[in-house]
Design a protein. Structure first.
Length: 213
């Protein structure tokens, strides 16, 4: 009887050890994947360049173009080493006329989807702002009867959308678009781009100041 009791005890110990090893392995894998997802934002930026009412530091490795809008947009396309388009960064800028809409309402009007219920605080340009992660339609929507294909085409691209509205009505969005572009690395990229923005007429003219001294 003694031997059977000892065998059962050691088997339980062995099972507990195995469970803890599996748990530790899962944690290590999750940590590694998190680090991998957080990587890939090692981008360099150029000197500030004018775009509408802003000064923007462009991503050096990206290809850039200007879309007339509305609203006007500076578009930066980022490709991988195989030449595949991975992410697209949009910076838009316009001054709202009359009573300015807030950042949530502005994004809802721009994207045609509910924003306020899922947006988060995201300040930039020294002002209160919001960020909204759009992951596409939930899977069950694709099986809804009478799903309008034209409306699907009008839905925004997956990604992150940030917006701020300055007191004078100047409205700026920073967007990172691409399949799955709403994770940690996309957020880091969006933060870096938004931190590099300045309002042109708020930048002190140091050259002029030096000339007067």
């Amino acid at each position: 009887m003694s031997k059977n009791w000892q065998y059962g005890r050691w088997r339980r110990v062995g099972l507990n050890v195995a469970v803890w090893l599996v748990f530790a392995g899962a944690l290590a894998l999750a940590y590694y994947l998190g680090r991998q997802r957080g990587a890939g934002v090692d981008v360099t930026f150029g000197e500030p360049e004018p775009f509408e009412a802003l000064l923007v530091r462009k991503i050096q490795a990206a290809q850039h173009r200007v879309e007339p809008g509305p609203p006007p947009a500076l578009v930066s396309e980022m490709y991988d080493q195989e030449g595949r388009l991975r992410r697209t960064v949009w910076v838009t800028c316009e001054r709202q006329a009359g009573r300015a809409r807030g950042p949530n309402y502005y994004l809802e009007s721009l994207l045609k989807v509910d924003v306020e219920s899922e947006s988060e605080r995201f300040d930039f340009l020294g002002n209160r702002g919001v960020i909204f992660a759009w992951k596409g339609l939930p899977p069950h929507y694709w099986f809804e009867p009478g799903l309008d294909e034209e409306k699907i085409k009008e839905l925004p691209k997956q990604g992150l959308y940030a917006c701020t509205v300055l007191p004078d009505g100047l409205t700026v969005t920073v967007q990172v678009r691409g399949d799955g572009a709403y994770g940690p690395s996309a957020r880091q990229l969006l933060r870096k781009v938004s931190d590099g923005l300045k309002v042109a007429d708020q930048v002190p003219d140091t050259a002029a100041g030096n000339g007067r001294s």
